[in-house]
Design a protein around this ligand. Structure first.
Ligand SMILES: C[S@@+](CC[C@H](N)C(=O)[O-])C[C@H]1O[C@@H](n2cnc3c(N)ncnc32)[C@H](O)[C@@H]1O
Length: 367
């Protein structure tokens, strides 16, 4: 098991690396580890798995331009509470390994759990970049690989829901190694994005006058801690808003190498991933995935000639946000860039943090 304190949920502020178990460190270096197969997890299943209450806290994302973006994020202790509850209600179940991962700082166990239950700091960098660049999301196909708590997708969904329905179909597809991450964090965070947006106003207004024994709904304010009751009415209203805005949320679990592009509906216009290049022996499958989900140069050229006024920066965006080097696991930017260039990809640094542990956002283009 590898423990490195890089996620923003870790109260320990130091960036010291510790390898807690040398025996399992050997397993980390074993490339023959079993990889979970591609599986689509339906939105309805994830909605059905929601608990009756979600507690959330503000996640403040400082912007390079000054100011900040604030998103609501499910509290980790709340996800832990749900897991414990599920276990109590399901006596057949063995002690859930996920509970161990939620309790431990930032454990990565190759082929078992890959860190998606916590929020990692480069995901915030992507939000900073997207906020500055302001790409069009409406009507696009967006894919977040290794999403975990999905901070960039949460930002995008909040952005989509902050306007009026636009009559275009927008696909927001999320991928994570572990399906349990979708249940515990990804979908709850997406629901919070909707709840904090103007799109949930009709629902909030309708529920604003509860009977004397019910507590009023918290305001749609991402900057305060809140407990949001997850009622049948809320779930229905969330699904109706997705329908009204033409937003198609889809969730795919399993390893990058097993990703089925045919089943996901083809290539994407915007591809995002953060904190996913830490392991040298899985970076190849990530790069293959990024390349396969990206449109070919030919299809991009023809798409550009069809859509008037669209420039190339709006037509395709593939962003990889990462630390320069991942101590303890060995991956990092240098290895990644070399591997992309071997596949005829071009890497451009579009955002950089040099102070402290260096971080970068790289834009990839495939020739
Ligand atoms: C360190 S977490 C980062 C999570 C999130 N992107 C963030 O920045 O907060 C790495 C993510 O990549 C995914 N991942 C890692 N290796 C993977 C693999 N071989 N196949 C599929 N997903 C993988 C994990 O499920 C996890 O969500």
């Amino acid at each position: 098991m590898v423990v490195f304190d890089f996620d923003i949920d870790d109260p320990a502020d130091d960036l010291e690396i510790s390898v807690s178990d040398p025996a399992s460190q050997a397993a980390v270096n074993d490339t023959a580890i079993n990889q979970d197969p591609f599986t689509e997890v339906s939105l309805q299943h994830l909605v059905d798995c929601l608990p009756s209450l979600i507690s959330c806290s503000p996640l403040s994302i400082p912007l390079s331009s000054g100011g900040e973006v604030t998103l609501a994020r499910r509290d980790l202790f709340d996800a832990r509470f749900q897991l414990i509850n599920d276990e109590v209600n399901d006596e057949q179940k063995d002690n859930s390994p996920e509970l161990g991962f939620l309790n431990a700082p930032s454990d990565l166990v190759q082929g078992v759990y890959e860190g998606g239950l916590k929020t990692w700091e480069c995901s915030l960098d992507i939000v900073d970049y997207l906020h500055a660049e302001n790409p069009v999301f409406e009507g696009r196909r967006v894919f977040e690989a290794g999403c975990g708590t999905a901070v960039p997708s949460v930002y995008i969904l909040q952005n989509l829901f902050s306007g009026l329905p636009h009559g275009k179909e927008t696909h927001l597809h999320l991928q994570d190694y572990n399906a349990i991450v979708f249940e515990l964090l990804t979908l709850p965070n997406l629901i919070l994005a909707w709840y904090m947006s103007p799109a949930s106003k009709a629902y909030r207004d309708a529920a604003a006058h509860p009977s004397p024994d019910e507590t009023p709904l918290p305001p749609a304010d991402a900057s305060i801690r809140a407990e949001i009751p997850i009622t049948l009415e809320l779930k229905t209203a969330f699904l109706s808003s997705l329908e009204a805005y033409g937003i198609r949320l889809r969730f795919f679990s399993g390893s990058w190498s097993s990703f089925d592009l045919h089943q996901s509906g083809g290539t994407y216009d915007i591809v995002l991933t953060s904190e996913t290049i830490y392991r040298t022996d899985s970076v190849g499958s990530l790069i293959d995935l990024l390349q396969s989900v990206s449109p070919t140069v030919d299809s991009l050229t023809s798409r550009l000639s069809i859509s008037d006024g669209e420039n190339s920066s709006q037509s395709y965006l593939c962003l990889v946000a990462a630390k320069i080097f991942y101590f303890g696991v060995g991956g990092g930017v240098t290895n990644f860039v070399e591997a992309v260039e071997e596949k005829e990809g071009r890497v451009e640094t579009v955002w950089e943090q040099k102070v402290g542990v260096g971080r970068r956002i790289m834009r990839i283009q495939w020739s």
